[in-house]
Ligand binder design. Structure first.
Ligand code: PLP
Length: 376
C-alpha cells in the first residue's frame, strides 16, 4: 500500500518541463556538442528516471551516472540511451555493466582486463571511455601512462575506445589558471592519441560550468549536471546561468500551531527566546529530509501564506518550527514553501547553500528519500 501525495506533510515538486527548458537552452549554447545528462545521485535529488526521460526528450543523447545500480535502474525503466559510468567500478560489477550495456569508464589496465574478460565471455563488444587525470587528481589515468593503457586495450578485442575525457577541478572559477593548464594537457593527450591512430568519436571535458564558460572545453560532448537542474555551478559563473530555472521546489504543510509567550524558547536548546508572544507553526520536515540542522540558526526564511518566516529554533530530525509572529491567520494545513516560489517571494537551494556554507548540489542531493517527489 502506498500513501499518495495528499497524505504527505512534506513533498518536492519537480517540474520536468523546466528540466527540458534548461537542457534546451544549454543545448543551443553548446551546439554542435552533444549533451550527456548527469543523473547520478537520483538526478541530484530530483529523481533519476523522470529527469532522464526529460533530458533525453529535450535533446540530450546520453546519460552519466556514478554507480552501477543507478545505471541498472535506468535500464530497468526502459531507457535505451547510452549510460556512462563516471569512474571504474568494483570488479564484481563487471557482469552487470556488460549485461545491462552500461558504458564503463576505464582508468587502469586492471579495469580494462575485468571488463574485457566479461565482455569476451558474454560475446559482446563494449564501448568504453578512458578518463585522463589532467590535474584534478581524483580518478583517471596519468597522461604519461595513457599510451600504455591504450596499447593494453588494443589487446582486448572485446573493447572499443568510444570516448576519451577529463574533468576540471575549478571550472566554476573560469579565470583560474588550472583550467587552461588542464585544457592544454588534455589537448596534448588527444593529439598524442591521434599520432598512434586512436581517434575516439567522443571527446569530452566540460561539466556545466566549463560548458557555459569556455567554448574550447566543449569538444563534441558535454556532461551536463547542475545547470540542467536550474542551479548555478558557483558564484563565478552565475551570470552565465541567466535563463535557467530551478526545477525543484520543496514544500510542506503546517501540522500544528500554538501561541508561545515572549521570553520562551522553541525547539531543542531553547536557543532563541521570543521577543514577543508569537504564533509558532510546526511543519513535519527536518534534517532527516535534507533541511540542514544549522539552517535554523541562519537568516534563511521560508514562505507561509506569502510571507517570509524565520525558523523559531533548531531544526529537528523530523520537524521544524516557524515564527509567525502575530499572524493569527496561520492554521493547520497551510502550505509552506521551503525552496521555491510563493506569491512574490522566492527561496532557492543556492541561498540555503550560501547560508550554511555549502553548494546547491549538496542541498538538492540531501533532500531525503522520504520526501515524496511529485512530478509536473
Ligand atoms: C565526472 C563528472 N562529470 C560531470 C559532472 C557534472 O558536473 P556539474 O553538475 O557541475 O555539471 C560531474 C559531477 O560532479 C562529474 O563528477
Amino acid at each position: 500500500m502506498s500513501v499518495d501525495f495528499s497524505g504527505r506533510w512534506a513533498w518536492a515538486d519537480v517540474h520536468t518541463g523546466l528540466i527540458q527548458h534548461n537542457v534546451a537552452i544549454i543545448a543551443e549554447r553548446v551546439a554542435p556538442a552533444q549533451i550527456w545528462a548527469v543523473v547520478k545521485a537520483n538526478a541530484y535529488g530530483h529523481g533519476a528516471i523522470p529527469v532522464a526521460h526529460a533530458a533525453l526528450a529535450a535533446g540530450a543523447t546520453g546519460l552519466c551516472v556514478a554507480i552501477v545500480d543507478e545505471g541498472v535502474a535506468l535500464r530497468r525503466a526502459g531507457i535505451t540511451a547510452p549510460i556512462l559510468l563516471l569512474s571504474e567500478q568494483p570488479a564484481e560489477m563487471a557482469e552487470f555493466i556488460v549485461g545491462y550495456q552500461l558504458t564503463p569508464t576505464i582508468t587502469t589496465t586492471r579495469g580494462a582486463a575485468v571488463i574485457g574478460n566479461v565482455a569476451a565471455q558474454q560475446n559482446r563488444t563494449v564501448p568504453v571511455h578512458i578518463k585522463v587525470d589532467t590535474g584534478m587528481h581524483r580518478v583517471g589515468v596519468a597522461p604519461e601512462e595513457l599510451r600504455q593503457l591504450v596499447s593494453y586495450m588494443g589487446s582486448q578485442p572485446s573493447l572499443t575506445v568510444e570516448g576519451v575525457y577529463t574533468h576540471f577541478a575549478v571550472a566554476d572559477e573560469p579565470s583560474h589558471p588550472a583550467n587552461a593548464r588542464q585544457l592544454a594537457t588534455f589537448n596534448h593527450v588527444i593529439a598524442d592519441l591521434a599520432t598512434i591512430g586512436v581517434n575516439p568519436p567522443l571527446i569530452h571535458a566540460a561539466n556545466s560550468a566549463a560548458a557555459l564558460a569556455n567554448p574550447d572545453a566543449r569538444f563534441n560532448m558535454v556532461r551536463l549536471g547542475i545547470a540542467m537542474y536550474g542551479l548555478q555551478p558557483g558564484p563565478g559563473v552565475a551570470d552565465l546561468c541567466a535563463g535557467l530555472i530551478p526545477a525543484m521546489a520543496l514544500k510542506g504543510r503546517v501540522s500544528a500551531v500554538r501561541w508561545v509567550k515572549a521570553g520562551e524558547g522553541v525547539s531543542y536548546g531553547l536557543r532563541k527566546p521570543l521577543a514577543a508572544d508569537s504564533l509558532i507553526a510546526t511543519v513535519p520536515i527536518g534534517y532527516a529530509d535534507g533541511v540542514p540542522r544549522v539552517l535554523g540558526g541562519t537568516n534563511i526564511q521560508v514562505l507561509l501564506n506569502g510571507v517570509p518566516r524565520s525558523f523559531a529554533g533548531t531544526v529537528t530530525m523530523d520537524q521544524v518550527m516557524l515564527d509567525c509572529e502575530q499572524d493569527s491567520m496561520v492554521t493547520v494545513g497551510d502550505e509552506v514553501v521551503f525552496i521555491g516560489r510563493q506569491g512574490e517571494h522566492m527561496v532557492t537551494a543556492d541561498q540555503w547553500a550560501e547560508a550554511v556554507g555549502t553548494i546547491g548540489y549538496e542541498i538538492t542531493c540531501g533532500i531525503g528519500a522520504r520526501v515524496f517527489r511529485r512530478y509536473q
